[in-house]
Write a protein that binds this ligand. Sequence first.
Ligand code: GDP
Length: 295
Amino acid sequence: MVLTELGARLSGALVKMSKSSKVDQDVVDACLKEICTALLQADVNVRLVKQLQTNVKMSLNLEDLQSGFNAQRILQKSVFQELTRLMDGGKPWVPKKGKQSVVMFVGLQGNGKTTTCTKYAYHYKRKGFKVAMVCADTFRAGAFDQLKQNATKARVPFFGSHTETDPVKIAEEGVERFRTEKVDIIIVDTSGRHKQESALFEEMRNISEVVQPNNVIYVMDGAMGQAAHDQALAFRDTVDVGSIIVTKMDGHAKGGGALSAVAATRSPVCFIGTGEHMDEFEPFEAESFVSRLLG
Ligand code: GDP
């Protein structure tokens, strides 16, 4: 199914290949080039595309390709497998029933972090977990009100302050309170930051030290392009990123930046965001993600 879709969407060299009766290296190279161009347009990191091109080339045996149709299928399968492998950051961390967990959310401002905290809380609440949210964002005016509004909608307890200016203190107090209230999953939202803002990165490190998260989730916009690798790396160098959530996958973006984030953090994607509402949230599936990348 996925391979047929790929064949249908990519044009030019691939179609030509499927019709050719004899397949040589030039035909294969032209096809692979076309697939790589499509991946670059989908925001996949240049280095990863090059690596994929080399790996696929090495895995192919010209003698096996025989007819053009057969060659097209083998080539597509190989590209698909290679992309799925690149997208595989291991098994995502999941909260366990009966064990208290702290999950800290980090990411760039505007990428959908606060919205995603609520989606995550709502997802696990519906699975029967006792969840709560802590707003450790004192940097952005209105952050606490936004979290409060979202949490109220999702009927999830929350903690934050309009007057306290130290986010580390808020995080510590909030987590402490929910620990004693026997909450299963304590979600800590931090302020969005850019990798250039070293003071804010330091603050993120301090929050992580006091709340001792069981998992740190890096939230990134699916539309992030070639900058995705360096941004993700900056977060991973500061806190122990364990999972990734890719947001705004309901838009036009193909989400190729997520491959860079997986490579930079060596962490898996656990969910994707597919809208502004709290139930527009899906567990990540590598195969459908990859077929979208190629489509
Ligand atoms: P933060 O600064 O990272 O906390 O970002 P917010 O959670 O405030 O989100 C920024 C904007 O992105 C808001 O308008 C959200 O409604 C929107 N947003 C978040 N996730 C998604 C998503 O999956 N799809 C769409 N379409 N919009 C989203």
